[in-house]
Design a protein around this ligand. Structure first.
Ligand code: GLY
Ligand code: MN
Ligand code: MN
Length: 423
């Protein structure tokens, strides 16, 4: 994506900030793992959305006064030591080229506190705006009653300037991030294309006895080989009864003949995610019973996708899918009353997708062009060891929808044909 996308994102964000105010966003640091080891670094998605940068320990500062607005970036100082041990640090010129922030506004981390004190939180003649009253921070809480991470990152500042009112910048950003631009949609399509290649590799290498871990590793290997940065979330490979556990991630059981294998996985393209579920018979042929259950889920998957259009809510979409699944279960005699559908279907049919796999945004908001959502009906029949989920990624358009993952095999005949190469 080019710097114009990120410049536009910042413009849209600043337009919604109150005056006089400023916003601070942090790219984050890799979390500690054990002893001197860290987990891989993952850039804060809000920070990425506004800068296009995927580097640790960077800070974005947006300032908005009545007659003035500006953007500053604080980055780690390039040094010979850091270059020798950690690889080359990003230069100010490189950060400017990616983000579209003026190079003269890109400063070093050690200048941040002094700059805040002298140029932002000050009544001096050098101040950029009158003393700001509002500080926008990302107040996302990972768990109830857990302090937002940004409070720790901005702790010194908040303690020194207790008169600042905190506002949650997600109230602005979530709405913006919900509507994807053309270039974001292209990134998601690329993530889906990598996922497609990975899924085909799995189906083409399936046979009874192959361990779930083998499929997991093969997916990772295949997508990375083709250029993806890796998986967007922990891959689920669930065979037989394991497929009735929604977020099964152990992925360590040997498959057995006549198992169905449920895959729920997605590749990354840059920081953008795909989120796809497919279910296939490990021996390449659906049994009659598996066909019955699979066909019902597939039918609901297709009908739910067709239903998508601007104005509808995700709650309405979920109700539609749930009612359709109930009708099918009644026909199959698995339930006696539609109200029992929860016995076999117990999650929502849809969520937003984008920079996060469960992307941000309000579900009170009716669907609108540019939103990307998943459609993922499933049935989980524990007593028969059958779990089926079929998940596609769908763009809401002016007139309806476009299934971005249309090309990923899901018809029974097409799956069996693809897997026939294994015989
Ligand atoms: N992969 C998680 C989900 O489908 O929501
Ligand atoms: Mn999924
Ligand atoms: Mn999903």
């Amino acid at each position: 994506m080019n710097s114009e996308s990120f410049t536009n994102n910042r413009k849209a964000f600043i337009a919604k900030m109150e005056t006089p105010s400023f916003a601070l966003l942090f790219s984050g640091v890799a979390p500690h793992k054990s002893n001197d080891q860290l987990y891989p670094f993952v850039t804060d998605r809000n920070f990425y959305y506004l800068t296009g940068l995927m580097r640790e320990n960077f800070t974005l500062l947006l300032v908005k006064g009545a007659k003035y607005e500006s953007e500053f970036l604080f980055i780690e100082e390039p040094s010979d030591f850091a270059t020798k041990w950690l690889g080359k640090r990003m230069s100010q010129a490189e950060a400017a080229a990616i983000s579209g922030i003026k190079v003269e506004n890109i400063r070093l981390n050690q200048e941040l506190n002094g700059f805040m004190h002298a140029a932002v939180l000050s009544d001096s003649r050098k101040a950029l705006i009158e003393m700001p009253k509002i500080l926008y921070l990302d107040l996302y809480r990972a768990k109830p009653y857990q302090k937002p991470k940004s409070l720790q990152q901005a702790n010194e500042l908040i303690t020194a300037y207790p008169e600042l009112a905190l506002k949650n910048l997600n109230d602005i950003l979530y709405d913006l991030r919900t509507i994807k631009s053309e270039s974001e949609i292209k990134m998601i399509e690329q993530a889906i294309a990598y996922t497609n290649i990975g899924i085909e590799a799995l189906m083409a290498n399936a046979k009874p006895g192959v361990n779930e871990r083998h499929f997991d590793a093969l997916f990772d290997f295949t997508i990375r080989l083709h250029g993806s940065e890796g998986t967007a979330f922990n891959t689920i490979v669930a065979s037989g009864k394991n497929a009735t556990v929604l977020h099964y991630e152990e992925n360590n059981k040997d498959t057995v003949d006549n198992d169905l294998v449920l895959l729920d996985l997605g590749a990354l393209s840059g920081p953008y995610a795909a989120d796809i579920s497919r279910t296939f018979p490990v021996n390449g042929k659906f049994t009659a019973r598996q066909r019955e259950i699979y066909s019902l889920v597939l039918d609901v998957n297709k009908k739910t996708i067709k239903k998508i259009k601007p104005g509808l809510t995700v709650a309405e979409l979920n109700k539609f899918a749930s009612d359709e699944l109930a009708k099918g279960l009644l026909k199959l005699g698995l339930i006696k009353d539609a109200s029992e559908v929860g016995k076999y279907y117990y999650h929502m049919v849809s969520h937003y997708l984008g920079l996060d796999v469960h992307d941000v945004g309000s579900y009170q908001r009716p669907l609108a062009p540019g939103m990307v959502i998943t459609v993922e009906p499933g049935l989980y029949i524990e007593e028969e060891g059958i779990g089926v989920r079929i998940e596609d990624d769908v763009l809401v358009t002016e007139n309806g929808q476009r299934n971005l993952s249309e090309a990923i095999v899901k018809e029974i005949d097409a799956i069996e044909e693809l897997m026939a190469v294994n015989d």
